[in-house]
Design a protein around this ligand. Structure first.
Ligand SMILES: NC(=O)c1ccc[n+]([C@@H]2O[C@H](COP(=O)([O-])OP(=O)(O)OC[C@H]3O[C@@H](n4cnc5c(N)ncnc54)[C@H](O)[C@@H]3O)[C@@H](O)[C@H]2O)c1
Length: 430
């Protein structure tokens, strides 16, 4: 019998999750039936129901709040709302015994994550974090190559991204300190990837900045002369946000930091350098590489399908299919293999929207297996909380200009930066 599912949060990512369900359905991978679309903004829920009817062939019911889902006999919820609402929704769903798939970041602060983690520990329900970057087949291959020692002992992880200028990064809340901010929203992908590939981070030291206090929304109707050209330059992953961005102001004040420059120490002894500058002008930069005792590995952008390049001490370069020969036992999990058409991949050619939907389908497939067969999920509340704690360790370090241990971010000793937000959410006393 199909698992009755509701999507809770019908903005850009909610719509992208519908595409993921379509991929899942097309591949015949798991029986998840979308029975409800939940959002306090009626127009957004309506739009998602339209999208679902078009793509899945059945129209979900529309509801405005989580408790109303009880009328639709849901067994599982997929939380794709903005981060500030995650803990309240996830805890309420788990307490009702509903299984939860939840978009990253798990919670909007570490204390919010801790609430979800505690609820997940006691609930007789699955909680899985929809962290998609590590599920990219090429990141799976990178992990296998590292584990096989192809570049020796990793010493340095470089993760650099610079760009965006003063343009709005997808949406308003990504620039608001009281609703996450871009350094948590995007940063949590990077901290998860860094720990996925090199193991746990021990401590961080960061400088953080708010470079662009006024952000510009190129997609706002008011931004141009109305001939449509004004939409050029909007940051709109997968083309899922245009309708929402058009309704946002043309210009607004940003309160969340938009850049961080950091050194990270891994427990293994490796060192990381993380540059995440969402306010960069001029040439855009995106680079991820790992440098070890026997060589280096250059990784492609997540969801790009471009290949990995390994360079060894003796000058030998390994790329493409030759990489697979170095990891003869490497295979993708069956769902990913079915969706991407092969058990072993060294590259793929798909549009961003297609890859995005396929990776979301892998999350759904894993979620359904966990519900139906009790299989473990890869990213549960503990892993989701770690990725958030690493981000906040960076932000706490930026605020206090001192190094921060991840353990202190996790146990709440390092929480100065988060205090105001935690207080406003009633997570800590005022
Ligand atoms: N994994 C990825 O690649 C990826 C990409 C984009 C966004 N995300 C994550 O997805 C989530 C949503 O991001 P988005 O870009 O879609 O934001 P968005 O602003 O486009 O959509 C958020 C939606 O949530 C709704 N919402 C707010 N509070 C709610 C509540 N209490 N109950 C139900 N709905 C509520 C809003 O009305 C809105 O429709 C965030 O956690 C974000 O970090 C992940």
């Amino acid at each position: 019998m199909a698992i009755r599912l509701a999507i809770v949060g019908c903005g850009g990512m909610g719509h992208r999750h519908v595409r993921g369900l379509q991929e899942l359905q097309t591949a015949g991978l798991a029986a998840l039936e979308l029975v409800a679309a939940c959002d306090p903004v009626h127009a957004n829920a309506l739009s998602l129901a339209d999208e679902a009817e078009r793509r899945l062939g059945a129209r979900p019911a529309i509801v405005a709040s989580l408790p109303e889902l009880a009328d639709h006999a849901v067994a599982a919820v997929d939380i794709t709302s903005s981060p500030r609402s995650h803990h309240e929704l996830a805890v309420a769903a788990l307490q009702r015994g509903w299984h939860v798939l939840i978009e990253k970041p798990l919670g909007v602060t570490v204390a919010a994550c801790a609430q979800i983690h505690a609820a997940a520990q006691t609930a007789a329900a699955v909680l899985s974090v929809a962290e998609n970057y590590r599920r990219d087949p090429l990141n799976r291959l990178a992990k296998a190559l590292l584990d096989a020692g192809v570049i020796g002992t990793p010493r340095l992880f470089l993760q650099h991204s610079v760009g965006g200028g003063d343009r709005m990064a997808i949406s308003l809340w990504r620039h608001r300190r009281d609703d996450s901010g871009i350094l948590l929203d995007a940063g949590v992908h990077y901290t998860d990837m860094m720990e996925y590939l090199l193991g746990e981070i021990d401590s961080v030291f960061a400088a953080t900045r708010l470079h662009e206090p006024i952000r510009r929304n190129p997609a706002a109707a008011a931004a141009g002369d109305g001939d449509g050209d004004d939409k050029r330059g909007a940051i709109d992953p997968g083309g899922a946000y245009a309708q929402f961005q058009a309704a946002m102001p043309a210009q607004f004040e940003a309160t969340a930091e938009d850049a961080l420059y950091a050194t990270l120490s891994f427990k293994s002894g490796a060192v990381g350098q993380l540059v995440e500058d969402h306010a960069g002008h001029g040439e855009a930069v995106w680079a991820r590489s790992i440098h070890g005792s026997l060589g280096s590995m250059r990784l492609p952008g997540d969801r790009s399908g471009a290949g990995i390049v390994v360079d060894l001490t003796d000058g030998q370069r390994i790329e493409g299919e030759a990489l697979l020969a170095r990891v003869p036992d490497f295979t993708l999990d069956p769902a990913t293999a079915r969706l991407f058409g092969s058990e072993r991949l060294s590259g793929y050619a798909n549009t961003f929207a297609t890859v995005d939907a396929k990776l979301l389908a892998t999350e759904y497939a894993e979620f359904a297996r966990a519900i139906e067969h009790g299989d473990p999920v890869e990213i549960g509340s503990a892993e989701g909380m770690r990725a958030v704690a690493c981000c906040y360790a960076l932000l706490e370090s930026g605020a206090t200009q001192a190094p921060v241990a991840i353990a202190d971010a996790l146990n709440g000793r390092a929480a100065t930066y988060q205090r105001q937000l935690d207080q406003s959410l009633g997570l800590v006393p005022r």
